[in-house]
Design a protein around this ligand. Structure first.
Ligand code: GDP
Length: 390
């Protein structure tokens, strides 16, 4: 951040700041609203206008009425939009942060998450699970039933093959289907597991959404738990597909609910993952799986606007104030979403702190409910709001 005044140090700051200015991705010019537009502001504006970085103009101290009234003067500098803020009270800061993040994203569009944007975007789908749960059958069923245009193309690793599946206006790229068709059936117990976890990890890395396939007869195992952990850590979306449901259909009215309860208990930290019963053999509910994948992919890329997010923060903290391990009184001042895929939030607080584990979980669950983050992990950071001028 960079500011001006009529201070004799001004020229020095200007010179010293030059190097930083030339390397900045976004420049924020902070002016003092109480002083109104002063010649020093014009001088700095002139310098930074000649650089090729985007410039945001923040008029500070607008908690003061005189400063608030002076905001309009600053449009003369030609930087739009102008952000009236109060660093001391925190007003307007969230909007400014949002804009900074947006500009940064624009600058780095090609090397970051936004690379997914646009028409040609394909959604990477990894279908993972233990050998014999029906992964290959499921892929074949999806391809057949949806009468998709199918093409095999070389994947990134030597013998990996990706399959493209078109559904409505989406293109799903099912990653590493070759690895899937090569189950380690011959290996003795233990060895099979290790091999398929490795294969799964590679597929997960390339995916946006992971379908964890579980066998309806056998239920989930520890290995499913560790795959699920990989998915969560990698920040991928997830859907749990219980396959071979045709085999358990005559099991009585409670079977379904009991099965789900047990599965949810075993994969405890995946409570946010949608669960579907289906059959690759009969094709029952397989189209619904594609819908779920699509929903999760959308949720994972959802961006909440800062004002909306902060209304949420106000409501939630009014009902349930933050709990942190320290004894100091903690307040959440505002929050901003800094990323998608997976959605990532920073909560700014009055003091340096961590939230209590259970409070963090509470916030994540509330975010999930309010903004419909189905099937995606959510990342949350807590940061102390920097003191004025820092
Ligand atoms: P993968 O190792 O996970 O790819 O599993 P496969 O697709 O090779 O399937 C393993 C076995 O389960 C095969 O004999 C399939 O015919 C069978 N199978 C797959 N899906 C279903 C299903 O929905 N219902 C039933 N009854 N059998 C299935």
């Amino acid at each position: 951040m960079f500011g001006a005044s009529e201070d004799p140090l001004h020229q020095l700051v200007l010179e010293h700041g030059q190097r930083a200015l030339h390397h900045a991705d976004v420049l924020v010019l902070v002016v003092d609203g109480r002083d109104g537009l002063v010649p020093g502001d014009r001088a700095v504006a002139k310098v930074i206008r000649s650089l090729d970085s985007p410039v945001l103009l923040a008029v500070n101290k607008t908690d003061d009425r005189r400063a608030a009234a002076a905001v309009d003067e600053f449009h003369e500098l030609g930087f739009e939009p102008v952000f009236p803020i109060s660093a001391e009270h925190g007003t307007g800061v969230a909007e400014l942060l949002d804009e900074i993040v947006k500009r940064l994203k624009e600058r780095h569009r090609t090397d970051g998450e936004e690379a997914h944007a646009g028409e040609a975007a394909e959604l990477g789908i990894a279908i993972v699970g233990r050998p014999n749960v029906g992964k290959s059958s499921l892929v074949n069923r999806l391809l057949r039933e949806e009468r998709m245009l199918v093409s095999d193309m070389p994947g990134t690793t030597r013998d990996a093959v990706d399959t493209i599946l078109r559904w409505h206006r989406r293109a799903f790229r099912i990653v590493d289907t070759a690895g899937m068709r090569r189950p380690g059936r011959v290996a003795r117990s233990g060895k099979v597991e290790a091999v398929s976890v490795l294969a799964a990890r590679r597929a997960i890395e390339q995916a946006d959404v992971v379908v964890l396939v579980v066998d309806a007869v056998e239920g989930a195992t520890d290995q499913d738990g560790s795959i699920a952990g990989e998915v969560e850590q990698a920040g991928r979306g997830i859907v749990i597909a219980v396959n071979k449901w045709d085999l358990v259909k005559g099991q009585g009215p409670d079977f379904s609910a009991d099965f789900d309860d047990k599965l949810r208990f075993q994969l405890k930290f995946l409570e946010y993952a949608p669960l579907i019963h289906l059959s690759a053999r009969t094709g029952e509910r397989t189209p619904k799986l594609l819908e779920l994948i699509d929903t999760v992919a959308e949720a994972r890329r959802t961006r909440v606007k800062t004002p909306e997010l902060n209304r949420f923060v106000e409501e939630v903290t009014a009902r349930n104030p933050p709990v942190s391990p320290g004894s100091r009184h903690v307040r959440i001042l505002y929050a901003t979403q800094t990323g998608i895929a997976p959605p990532t939030f920073i909560f700014f607080t009055n003091v340096a702190t961590k939230f209590h584990f259970s409070y963090e979980r509470f916030l994540v669950n509330q975010l999930r409910e309010r903004f419909n983050f189905v099937g995606t992990p959510i990342r949350l950071q807590v940061r102390r709001r920097k003191a004025r001028g820092a």
